[in-house]
Ligand binder design. Structure first.
Ligand code: GDP
Ligand code: IMO
Ligand code: MG
Length: 426
């Protein structure tokens, strides 16, 4: 069995959780390689509903080994909460969940800094999830970060927490007027987290490479989306990790030759949460319809998501950056009631044609999306499981996307549940 990466092809919340859950039955290991509990991956089947944040969606299948890779930033408190919540829903979590000892730890001062900066930035705020993700990655790159392994070494942990507080407290107090953190309390709390998590902490790189050497197959579960990538996204309105396929190599210690296939997950329209350019955004009744019918409210923060038409320049960019072999097109059913469905085929940026997303910093106003309008199908596709049963206008829409993105649409999702899916290569 070949290894598969499942990656968000837009600005996150494309339905990665559903697709990972659907496809992971064929894999032995499911691993996250970046991000933290800024992610919110929803999985539904039957009457069951799960929301995964740090833990790979594969955890819902008890025979999968789930790994939190070194490229992640982990808030131990959030992880323990998630484990408890999932156990409360009947999910088995014992030896099937491992944490890389080299992943970085989010501490409360990271969260406080994230929130304080956003508050101070006012209108210019990024619109982060407020989970401390950015500041934790900053500390990692500064080389003074606390890694998961450090939770198991009291002397190292004490020194590192004291050093961090000596630096972060004056910033929190002096710059932002926020309360400081007591290093002794942090030390006690994080030592305890280390004790509880100890049995799960391991050399994640050796573990995953041993698994592959033993012939087991791996699914790499992306979080966020391609245009939220720190290097390739709509900087500065991005997250702080490499969400694109390259992040797998560094975020798990997996060589490129082990990434055999890439599935990009894209909604049949577009959403984003937080600030930043969104050329096809709709601030009208159509946008509201997408939000209501698509239930476009953040899994993590409950914020209403911004909504807009499908943007092929975004999808092409994702295909290029990730080498996407197949697209999983989600939420087709959300478009069922529209009379007409415009799709952005390219942009006019100051008179120039752009078929991919411009990498330079651009404001909303620099883009003029060029649309091609499709006739709506005005028929319910909700729950359809066979391509043949789609209305002709929906087939035309899907075919156009496939041709323009130059990538096969292998999966069409017609509802939030696992069973509401069309698997096709047409
Ligand atoms: P992720 O972060 O990429 O895993 O996506 P989220 O779970 O944050 O957001 C996707 C939302 O759309 C969730 O509420 C899913 O239950 C829902 N969803 C996924 N696929 C479909 C679909 O095909 N149709 C509809 N109506 N909802 C879907
Ligand atoms: P999943 O995995 C959608 C967005 C935030 C904000 C920016 C930076 O569920 O698709 P951060 O807290 O990461 O510093 O926020 O990134 N963002 C997401 N948007 N889905 C996500 O995850 C996101 N994770 C972060 O809204 O704009
Ligand atoms: Mg999400």
């Amino acid at each position: 069995m070949k290894n598969l990466a499942v990656i968000g092809a837009q600005w996150g919340d494309e339905g990665k959780g559903k697709i990972v859950d659907l496809l992971c039955q064929d894999y032995d290991v499911v691993a996250r390689y970046q991000g933290g509990h800024n992610a919110g991956h929803t999985v539904k089947f039957g009457e069951k509903h799960f929301s995964l944040r740090l833990i790979p969606s594969g955890i819902l299948h008890p025979d999968k080994l789930c790994i939190l890779g070194n490229g992640m930033v982990i808030d131990p408190e959030a992880l323990l909460d998630e484990i408890e919540q999932l156990r409360g829903l009947g999910v088995t979590i014992d030896n099937n969940l491992k944490i890389s000892d080299s992943a970085h730890v989010i501490l409360p001062y990271h969260r406080a800094l994230d929130l304080a900066r956003e508050e101070a930035a006012g209108e210019a705020k990024i619109g982060t999830t407020g989970r401390g993700i950015g500041p934790a990655y900053e500390t990692k790159v500064s080389r003074y970060g606390i890694r998961v392994a450090d939770l198991l070494d009291p002397d190292v942990l004490r020194d590192k927490i004291e050093f961090a507080c000596a630096e972060k407290n004056p910033v929190l107090q002096g710059v932002y007027g926020k309360p400081p953190f007591d290093p002794r309390k942090l030390f006690d709390d994080y030592t305890r987290f280390g004790e509880v998590l100890a049995e799960r902490i391991t050399n994640g790189t050796v573990l995953i490479n041993d698994e592959m050497r033993a012939g087991r197959s791996v699914m790499f579960e992306g979080a966020q989306g391609t245009l939220l990538d720190i290097d390739h996204g709509t900087y500065p309105y991005v997250t702080s990790s490499n969400t694109v396929v390259g992040g797998i190599c560094t975020g798990l210690g997996v060589a490129p030759k082990h990434i055999h296939h890439v599935t990009g997950v894209a909604k049949a329209y577009t959403t984003r949460v937080g600030g930043g350019a969104f050329p096809t955004e709709l601030n009208d009744a159509h946008g509201e319809h997408l939000r209501k019918r698509g239930n476009e409210f953040g899994t993590v923060t409950g914020r209403p998501r911004r909504t807009g038409w499908l943007d092929l320049a975004v999808l092409r960019t994702a295909v290029m950056l990730n080498g996407i072999d197949a697209v999983a097109l989600t939420k087709l059913d959300v478009l069922d009631e529209f009379d007409e469905i415009p799709v952005c085929t390219e942009y006019n940026v100051h008179g120039e044609r752009w078929r991919t997303f411009p990498a330079f910093a651009v404001s909303h106003h620099d883009f003029k999306p060029v649309y091609r309008t499709f006739k709506g199908w005005k028929t319910s596709t909700a729950g359809v499981t066979s391509y043949d049963d789609l209305p002709p206008a929906a087939k035309e829409y899907v075919r156009f996307i496939q041709d323009e993105a130059e990538s096969a649409i292998a999966i069409i999702s017609t509802g939030p549940r696992r069973e509401e899916t069309i698997v096709t290569t047409s």
